[in-house]
Design a protein around this ligand. Structure first.
Ligand code: BDR
Ligand code: CA
Length: 313
């Protein structure tokens, strides 16, 4: 199985994504790294440890990530209105007994990429600060990491923080621009794809009736996430951003992709905007737009199959 490290800000859809990865025989989750986003980093770490305790997988190390964005002046924003103040649907779960490892997330990422050159996939489900810090710590990280599969951006559609920006990119646009232009094998899954992948109210009812420990647990925390979607999007269901991203690492053929340069806007009211372009000849190749490495961006998804796999697993 493919070795993966999940960089995460749990987060209700992050919790689903972690459980999904643990149930996917195609991948071996070798570690979790944490980041602010849906909650602050300290709580993200606590939730990551808690989720591994629920799963009975405290053998998997958790490395705590950055508490601040790459350019420290950036004001952090947490999404308690989407995920609850505890990040997991306000369920008052007990504090975990386990502790994170001594190494920081960036140090752990670099260490694992050195241990298994070309073999580790990072599945990034929050702001990209830790990945940018890993690149800063060791510029060769971009050559040693197998792939970076990330949930981020809104390609030619509106964002979810504001019309310009998707939450994970908005959380640290400078870090995101570094990751998109770093030259590693990067695959981005944006809202243009994940807004097609919807878990319905009816699916949650099925999870609630199941005896499976993940199904029962998720049906409870999903209540809060569903009520946010009902309110904000008038939907009877919820978007599966992070689980879709895990499945892009598990089985890339569930999606189709295009390749081009992605740059991230870092100023003004469009801060966090992701702009994709396919290096057309009419653009000057010397410019900062064109002289960058390309990345893959998901274009279409087999949403029915993704939801089916999430439910099964
Ligand atoms: C992303 O932001 C977070 O709220 C979710 O967990 C997901 O990673 C969606 O924009
Ligand atoms: Ca997330």
């Amino acid at each position: 199985p493919k070795k993966i490290i999940i960089d995460t800000d749990p987060g209700i859809d992050d919790a689903m994504a972690i459980f999904l990865a643990l149930r996917s025989p195609e991948v071996n989750v070798i570690g979790l790294t944490t980041i602010y986003g849906n909650v602050y980093t300290t709580l993200a770490t606590r939730n990551a440890l808690h989720l591994l305790e629920v799963a009975g997988r405290t053998d998997i190390p958790v490395a705590e990530g950055s508490h601040v964005s790459y350019v420290k002046a950036t004001k952090l924003r947490v999404a308690d209105f989407v995920h609850g103040v505890d990040g997991l649907g306000n369920q008052n779960f007990p504090h975990p007994k386990s502790k994170p490892i001594e190494k920081s997330a960036a140090e752990y990422l670099v260490e694992q990429a050195n241990l298994y050159p070309g073999e580790v996939t990072v599945v990034a489900l929050g702001p990209l600060t830790n990945i940018a810090l890993a690149i800063k710590l060791d510029p060769a990280f971009t050559k040693k990491i197998g792939q970076i599969v990330l949930l981020g951006g809104a390609f030619a559609v509106n964002g979810n923080v504001n019309p310009a920006s998707e939450a994970n990119i908005f959380g640290d646009p400078e870090a995101a621009d570094i990751v998109f232009t770093c030259g590693a094998d990067v695959l981005a899954i944006g809202l243009n794809v994940t807004h097609q992948v919807i878990l319905k109210d009816h699916d949650r009812d099925i999870l609630a009736e199941s005896d499976g420990i993940f199904a029962k647990y998720l049906s409870k925390i999903l209540e809060f996430y569903f009520s946010y979607h009902r309110e904000a999007y008038s939907m009877n269901g919820a978007f599966l951003h992070d689980p879709t991203t895990v499945l892009a690492a598990v089985n890339p053929s569930l999606m189709t992709y295009t390749e081009g340069v992605v740059r991230v806007q870092t100023t003004g009211i469009t801060r966090g905007l992701t702009l994709f372009f396919n290096k057309q000849k009419r653009f000057n190749e010397e410019t900062e737009w064109c002289n960058k490495p390309t990345v893959k961006v998901a274009v279409t998804v087999d949403a029915t199959e993704v939801v089916k796999l999430v439910m099964e697993r």
